[in-house]
Design a binder for this molecule. Structure first.
Ligand SMILES: [Cu+2]
Length: 151
C-alpha cells in the first residue's frame, strides 16, 4: 500500500513546488512596478512653496531704431519678453544701480526672455548692438512703489 501512496505524494509535491516558485516569482514582481522610476536617480522632494511673488511679464518691442516698453514699473521680479520686430539683430540691456543684465542679440522676428529682480531706482534700457543706442534705442526706466504709469 505505502509504495503506492508514496509516488502520488511525491508527484503532488513536484507539482506544488513549481507552483510555489511561480507564486514567489509573482510576488517578487510587485516591487518592479516602480521600474519606471530609474533607480539611482533621486526624485527631489517637492519644493517648499516659494515666498517670492510671481514675476510679471513685461513686453518689450525692439525695432529699427526704437525700444517700446513701459517706462515705470513696480519693484520685484520681472520677466522681459523682448521681441525684435526690426530688420537687423537687436539686443536688450538693463542697467542701473548694482544691476547690469543683457540679452545676446536677437534675430529679426525672434523673441527672448530676460528675468531680473528690479529694486527701486532709475535704470537705463538700451540696445548694445553697434551704435543703436545713439540712433535712438534707449529709454529710461523708473522702478518705484508708486503706481506704474503715474510719471
Ligand atoms: Cu539694436
Amino acid at each position: 500500500m505505502r509504495t503506492k501512496i508514496f509516488p502520488y505524494t511525491r508527484l503532488l509535491s513536484l507539482l506544488l513546488i513549481p507552483a510555489l516558485l511561480l507564486l514567489a516569482a509573482c510576488t517578487d514582481r510587485t516591487p518592479d512596478e516602480t521600474q519606471n522610476a530609474p533607480s539611482g536617480i533621486e526624485v527631489p522632494p517637492p519644493a517648499a512653496p516659494p515666498v517670492i511673488q510671481a514675476a510679471d511679464t513685461i513686453q518689450v518691442i525692439l525695432s529699427d531704431y526704437q525700444i517700446d516698453m513701459p517706462t515705470s514699473l513696480s519693484p520685484g521680479p520681472v520677466v522681459f519678453a523682448v521681441y525684435n520686430e526690426g530688420t537687423v539683430p537687436h539686443a536688450f540691456e538693463v542697467e542701473g544701480g548694482e544691476m547690469e543684465e543683457r540679452l545676446d542679440p536677437i534675430e529679426p522676428g525672434d523673441m527672448q526672455h530676460l528675468s531680473v529682480e528690479l529694486a527701486a531706482g532709475r535704470y537705463t534700457v538700451y540696445c548694445p548692438v553697434d551704435n543703436h543706442r545713439e540712433r535712438g534705442m534707449t529709454t529710461g526706466l523708473l522702478v518705484s512703489d508708486e503706481a506704474p504709469g503715474t510719471l
